[in-house]
Design a protein around this ligand. Structure first.
Ligand SMILES: Nc1ncnc2c1ncn2[C@@H]1O[C@H](COP(=O)(O)OP(=O)(O)OP(=O)(O)O)[C@@H](O)[C@H]1O
Length: 508
């Protein structure tokens, strides 16, 4: 087969870009240093935009490969040293120490073998649908080998391609890999077959804030304050990594079993260049999120909830779940500067939070953004809503998250301890497979699976050039092994290397 381009990079790695199916392969070569050349530079000078894109993906792949490889070596050494330290502390004999080190080596080798296992859809049993979005669905799923429960987000590649969403897919995957925060939904794996892209995430059984608002109508100020505060920490954690979320809405705020909030759905998030703090909206951005028209031809832009008459508002509430997974999505929480295609920055996420706070406390009584007699809302809460739903220049948060944290409405919030304190609302969760906090979604097609054997299999499991570099496997738990001291000396000096099941589906 003709190869479109091949690169050799340092450290004896070859990148082979195949013009036929677009795959990028890496291979170790025995090479002389003088044959190496700069991947990025040469890609730019010799190739088409498609090849440049592939070269960038290949570069990322190589860099990640080596970063992980070196980190793995270092972690391995650290675990060996930790074991030796423990052996000395316990004053075991040198034969016993030798035996322990041999056991550790054996487990390390086994671990590396499992690490190399390529995760795919066949490793999971697909269960109840718990959510739908514009481009796919979210399902509960069970890892076949460990029985662990995850949430699987499945996106149809053809839809992503035809609606120009490839960049958004990449952003979501990159952010989830990059930002490791307790306020952000955890990603364990991402992979693809020829039909779908998959994200395997932690399952948050407490349901999303949209469902909570649909059930409760309004929240007490204490509960609203708690979730506003956790949302601020969550949004700030992605801003710190120079990402803007741009799609903060109640359906993207999900609760864990203890009622703590995590931010999800990063399909519209945008990395901000360090040097640029403002994005000028290009025409094609949000092209799939054109405003939706109602029966009277009013679009969702000019019918945002706080501008609707009361009856319309009730209808909006009833239809909002369907709107959430329609192809146009909802623009109700988007800041005006984003909708008006002016330049915008991170502060657009704070506007969305203002809209959510307003909804949490008031919306079912509202006809416009005035504060009614009932329900009673403190002056400080009203002040905060007004300071979020306002022009960029005067919006709280425009000059940093501390402005928000310092607002008097949050006076009693202990910011540093928030995720350690008991949540203001605790969802009822009866077990790992409990989905009572999600709406019921009818099974339309049933989980799509790939035949185990036969000519289709290869085709259906192949990757394609548009989604190069999508695969991810969370394996940083070994770092935590050294760091948190879970490398233990068990009874009789046998070695127990315990890996938190929260991080990886395979155990040593
Ligand atoms: N990790 C999770 N645990 C539990 N529920 C989840 C999880 N991820 C998503 N959900 C549920 O699935 C719904 C849809 O998820 P998500 O918003 O990520 O999908 P999407 O296809 O990107 O949607 P959108 O059209 O809003 O962009 C969420 O509102 C939530 O109810």
């Amino acid at each position: 087969m003709a190869h479109e381009i091949s690169y050799w990079v340092g450290s004896g790695v070859a990148v082979d870009m195949d013009g036929g199916d677009g795959t990028v392969r890496l291979g170790a070569l025995n090479m002389k240093p003088d044959r190496c050349f700069n991947l990025e530079h040469d890609a730019v000078s010799v190739s088409s935009p498609v090849t440049r894109q592939k070269a960038a993906a290949a570069k990322e792949l190589i860099e990640n490969h080596y970063k992980n490889y070196l980190q793995g070596l270092q972690d391995r050494k650290e675990r060996r040293r930790a074991l030796q330290r423990r052996a000395q502390e316990e004053q075991v004999s040198s034969e016993e120490e030798e035996q322990m080190l041999r056991n550790l080596e054996r487990k390390e080798t086994e671990y590396m073998r499992l690490q190399r296992h390529k995760i795919g859809i066949d490793d999971f049993e697909q269960l109840t649908v718990i959510g739908k979005g514009a481009f796919g669905e979210v399902r509960l799923c069970r890892a076949k080998n460990t029985g662990e429960i995850f949430a699987m987000k499945k996106l149809k590649k053809s839809e992503m391609l035809s609606r120009g969403q490839v960049e958004h897919v990449r952003s979501e995957r990159n952010l989830l890999v990059e930002v490791d925060s307790r306020c952000i939904v955890k990603l364990f794996y991402s992979f693809q077959d020829s039909v779908f892209l998959y994200l395997i995430m932690e399952y948050l059984p407490g349901g999303d804030i949209m469902t909570l608002l649909m059930r409760e109508d309004v929240l007490s100020e204490d509960v609203a304050r708690f979730y506003m505060a956790e949302s601020i920490l969550a949004i700030h954690s992605i801003h710190q990594h120079n990402y803007i979320h741009r799609d903060i809405k109640p359906d993207n705020l999900i609760l864990d079993k203890n009622g703590h909030l995590k931010l999800s759905d990063f399909g519209l998030c945008k990395p901000l260049d360090n040097k640029v703090s403002t994005i000028l909206l290009e025409d094609e951005e949000f092209s799939t999120q054109e405003s939706i028209s109602d029966s009277e031809g009013n679009s969702s832009c000019d019918r945002a909830p706080w501008l609707m008459p009361k009856e319309k508002l009730q209808e909006w509430k009833r239809n909002r779940r369907a709107l959430a997974y329609s192809t146009v999505g909802t623009l109700d929480y988007m800041a005006p500067e984003v909708l008006l295609k002016k330049g915008y920055g991170m502060e657009c996420d704070w506007w969305s939070l203002g809209a959510i706070m307003y909804e949490m406390l008031i919306i079912n009584w509202k006809t416009c953004l005035k504060f009614p007699e009932e329900p009673k809302v403190s002056d400080e809460a009203k002040d905060l809503i007004c300071r979020l739903l306002c022009d960029v220049d005067t919006r709280l948060g425009t000059r940093g998250v501390e402005e928000l944290k310092a607002h008097p409405w949050f006076r009693c919030v202990k910011w540093d301890m928030l995720y350690e304190t008991e949540a203001a609302y605790k969802p009822t969760v009866t077990g790992d497979l409990d989905t009572q906090n999600f709406e019921k979604f009818p099974e339309v097609e049933g989980p799509c699976t790939i035949p185990r054997v036969g000519p289709w299999r290869k085709m259906l499991t192949s990757k394609d050039a548009n989604f190069i570099g999508y695969t991810f496997k969370k394996s940083d738990m070994l770092k935590s092994v050294g760091a948190s001291g879970v490398l233990l000396l068990g009874c009789g000096y046998s070695i127990l290397v315990s890996i938190s099941h929260h991080y990886f589906m395979y155990y040593l």
